[in-house]
Design a protein around this ligand. Structure first.
Ligand SMILES: CC(C)(COP(=O)(O)OP(=O)(O)OC[C@H]1O[C@@H](n2cnc3c(N)ncnc32)[C@H](O)[C@@H]1OP(=O)(O)O)[C@@H](O)C(=O)NCCC(=O)NCCS
Length: 175
């Protein structure tokens, strides 16, 4: 199958000296600080999600991503400005060919310079190389700018996942 995401014109970063590098999953800790900033950003998006997201830790996310790597393929890419890591993108492909953009983050002061576009462009090229059959991305409720960002590449909203929280200790939903 040929995936044909839109390719926004390669937008060269207006910030000089951005170095992109791929790291293997055993070096996933290199994204820890940036992931924690992304988690903080997410926790400020929706008041009803703030508490839950605030409790998330990188170590939990790391377990999930390592499991993805073991079950399929994962790609971790960082962008650095000088010595400082300022952005990353994690993407994965499951054994059945379904690809996912798991996490993308560009540090605040470096946004709007094409770095996110470049990271996503590289992830999409990888998805094509590994013959992904479809590509998904999950966007947190309230993250409208991320929706706009992905739409530029041809992603379109598909479903809204709603959840009733408040489980009792025995696992039943407490109504
Ligand atoms: C979304 C994100 C990764 C984009 O990275 P970026 O380097 O800022 O993006 P680019 O400079 O490549 O911008 C690409 C386009 O996306 C849109 N865009 C990106 N960030 C935006 C923002 N914060 N608000 C509005 N539009 C934004 C712009 O329309 C821009 O298009 P333009 O060139 O016509 O202005 C970055 O803003 C970010 O890290 N946001 C916070 C974390 C996040 O939401 N991650 C996605 C989780 S699913």
């Amino acid at each position: 199958m040929s995936l044909s995401p839109l390719e926004p014109n390669a937008m060269p970063s207006t910030i000089p000296d951005i170095a992109y590098r791929e790291v293997t999953v055993d070096r996933i800790d290199e994204v820890r600080l940036l992931w924690e900033k992304l988690n903080g950003y997410h926790s400020r998006l929706s008041p009803h999600l703030a508490e839950e997201i605030g409790c998330r830790t990188f170590d939990h996310r790391k377990l999930d991503l390592v499991a993805r790597a073991n079950a399929g393929k994962i790609r971790i890419e960082l962008a650095a400005h000088g010595e400082r890591d300022i952005a990353y993108c994690i993407s994965s492909v499951q054994a059945g060919g379904v690809a996912e953009v798991d996490s993308v983050f560009v540090d605040t002061q470096f946004r709007g310079s094409g770095i996110g576009t470049e990271l996503l462009r590289r992830a999409l090229a990888w998805f094509r190389d590994v013959r992904a059959t479809s590509i998904i991305v999950s966007v947190m409720h309230g993250n409208d700018s991320a929706v706009a960002f992905y739409q530029r590449f041809g992603f379109r909203p598909r479903a809204i996942l709603m959840r009733l929280s408040g489980e009792n200790t025995d696992g039943r939903v407490g109504l």
